[in-house]
Design a protein around this ligand. Structure first.
Ligand code: NAD
Length: 524
């Protein structure tokens, strides 16, 4: 467990990373407050489940309407707290959440409907089975700062519509956005105790993890994810882990260089590279390597870097010093091992203390940290390959497996190659945007995590499966109950032959031996 420092000595400060302006200060929730919030959520959840999916969907529809009405205000708060361009706050946050709300409202009713379970086992023909999907109870959500609205909101919507209560512990860097989400959800008609936002840091997150929640949906770094998984394992707490990535981009020989280079620049630098699905490493067929690099460099030079609140800004600041140091040290390591900086490669102190120039690296190798560790900054390392086999091998040479992209004029080739890439999502001729498709499952393999958010699979994570089985002949004792008697094993061998023997003759012999079992067997 994380060492607990009394909350009075800790402050949660929300800062605009573009300007350094302090936006707000908060007291973190104490361990007792976390436990009390979870207890209130447990009590309130029963009523929320009881009102039924149609009413819950109507209430979340209200949330969707309110968010649309307040879209500009919400986007501005996100931009002030993260520095990202206003356009990105609208497209990758507000729009994504509106569409997730649409999906939840439209699909939850059908998703939660009881499902009849037909079966073919002859011995069980008197039974009728049904699958029920029931809410877990209280879902804890711990979220990061890079998409402070879209990540917690999409997870919250899926949890709420399926009948759970939610306790959200947002990133300590983006508390203002989380509180806006809390207000919008509650103003829409979700009871206060059914959706609670607890401001705090890792200590608060740890308190939530140790509280009696029924499931945890965690989005954040691999290092934290591993710590959380260890604690969760000790009490078998169900988990979804959405962790880091090192997404490869493969540019095949038949790709359109003009299109792929624009995709690479956007995919690597959107949100200043601080996206779990960012293009983190790029592999280009050697025939296109030079023209591709030249196009990427030229387009990167034209990007406008600055405060995301200013008009027409393309790339904002990094979230803070810790992130800058990671980026800086990976670029330094790459250069020391022989990489060439084609553009960028340093801080932009004149723009502000958290800005780093969009950077393109050539002559990179897999010995460099920039090709192995998550960078989470505006760096695009580009490496040539000589065959598609080599490209796939390089793409899969990573401990992560979140997303990947393949760029080609041949849809068939792209989709074929996608099957060989070890990742939760592979996009052909685009990157990142799968996150904006409400129906598309989001999540990774290997060190990128377990479980899924978004779409039908995101809803599945929010429910427990219960199998209800009813015998249609309640007045009859079952043949497999006591007493077994002496002849029963042979009769069961005959039943097995009747059901599974390869030839018709053997099956008929089995049938003859079985006949009469039901009537003649002694039952206690
Ligand atoms: P982080 O792991 O530092 O923090 C994430 C959250 O966990 C924060 O709310 C933090 O307060 C909390 N936390 C930290 N330590 C904790 C502990 N011991 N117990 C409980 N809670 C704890 O990550 P970050 O820097 O906020 O986010 C960036 C990371 O998130 C990157 O690695 C990125 O790839 C990843 N990410 C993944 C996805 C995805 O969907 N796979 C999406 C966005 C970000």
């Amino acid at each position: 467990m994380v060492t607990v420092v009394p909350s009075a000595t800790r402050k949660i400060t929300s800062v605009n990373p573009a300007t350094g302006e302090v936006l707000a200060e908060f007291e973190p929730a104490t361990e007792q407050q976390v436990r009390a919030a979870v207890a209130r959520a447990q009590t309130a959840q029963a009523g929320w489940k009881e009102i039924g999916v149609e009413r819950r969907a109507r209430i979340l529809g209200n949330f969707q309407r309110r968010l649309r009405e307040k879209k500009s205000e919400v986007a501005r708060i996100i931009t002030r707290e993260t520095g990202k361009p206003l356009a990105e706050a609208l497209v990758a946050e507000v729009l994504v959440v509106l569409d997730a709300a649409r999906f939840s409202c439209e699909h939850a009713f059908r998703f939660l409907r009881e499902e009849a379970l037909p079966h073919d086992n002859w011995a069980m023909k008197t039974k009728s089975g049904r699958i029920l999907r029931e809410p877990y109870g209280v879902i804890g959500i711990i979220s990061p700062w890079n998409y402070p609205l879209s990540i917690p909101a999409t997870e919250t919507l899926a949890a709420l519509v399926t009948g759970n209560a939610v306790v959200l512990k947002p990133s300590e860097l983006t508390s203002c956005t989380a509180l806006v989400l809390g207000d919008l959800v509650c103003e829409a008609g979700v009871p206060r105790d059914v959706f609670q936002v607890l401001i705090g840091d890792r200590i608060t997150g740890s308190a939530l993890l140790h509280s009696p929640i029924d499931k945890l949906v965690f989005t954040g770094s691999l290092a934290t994810g591993k710590q959380i998984a260890q604690v969760a394992a000790s009490r078998l707490l169900p988990l979804v882990l959405e962790l880091g990535g090192k997404d490869p981009m493969l540019v095949l020989a038949d790709a359109d260089v003009e299109v792929a280079s624009s995709g690479a620049v956007w995919g690597a630098f959107t949100n200043a590279g601080q996206a779990c699905l960012s293009v983190e490493r790029c592999y280009v067929d050697r025939k296109l390597y030079q023209p591709f690099l030249a196009a990427c460099v030229e387009k990167t030079r034209r990007l406008r870097v600055g405060n995301g609140e200013a008009p027409a800004i393309d790339v904002g600041p990094l979230i803070g010093e810790r992130q800058l140091e990671i980026v800086e040290s990976q670029v330094e390591d790459a250069v020391a091992r022989g990489a060439r900086v084609l553009v960028g490669g340093s801080r932009l102190k004149k723009v502000g203390s958290n800005f780093y120039a969009p950077t393109i690296l050539a002559d990179v190798t897999h010995q460099m940290r920039v090709m192995r560790e998550e960078t989470f900054g505006p760096v695009l390392p580009v490496m040539p390959f000589d065959s598609e086999g080599e490209a796939v091998r390089l793409a899969n040479d990573s401990e992560y497996g979140l997303g990947a992209s393949i760029w080609t004029r041949s849809r068939r080739r792209g989709e074929q190659l996608a099957r060989q890439i070890q990742a939760g999502t592979v996009m052909v001729n685009d990157a990142l945007s799968s996150f904006g498709i409400a129906e598309a499952p989001h999540g990774g393999m290997r060190m990128s995590g377990v479980g899924r958010t978004h779409g039908r699979f995101g809803l599945e994570e929010m429910v427990r499966i219960k199998y209800v089985d009813t015998d249609r002949m309640p007045g009859r004792k079952k043949v497999w109950w006591y007493r077994y008697g002496e002849r029963f094993p042979q009769q069961m061998e005959a039943l097995i032959d009747l059901m599974f023997a390869g030839g018709m003759g053997e099956r008929l012999r089995g049938a003859r031996k079985v006949a009469g079992v039901l009537e003649s067997k002694e039952r206690l």
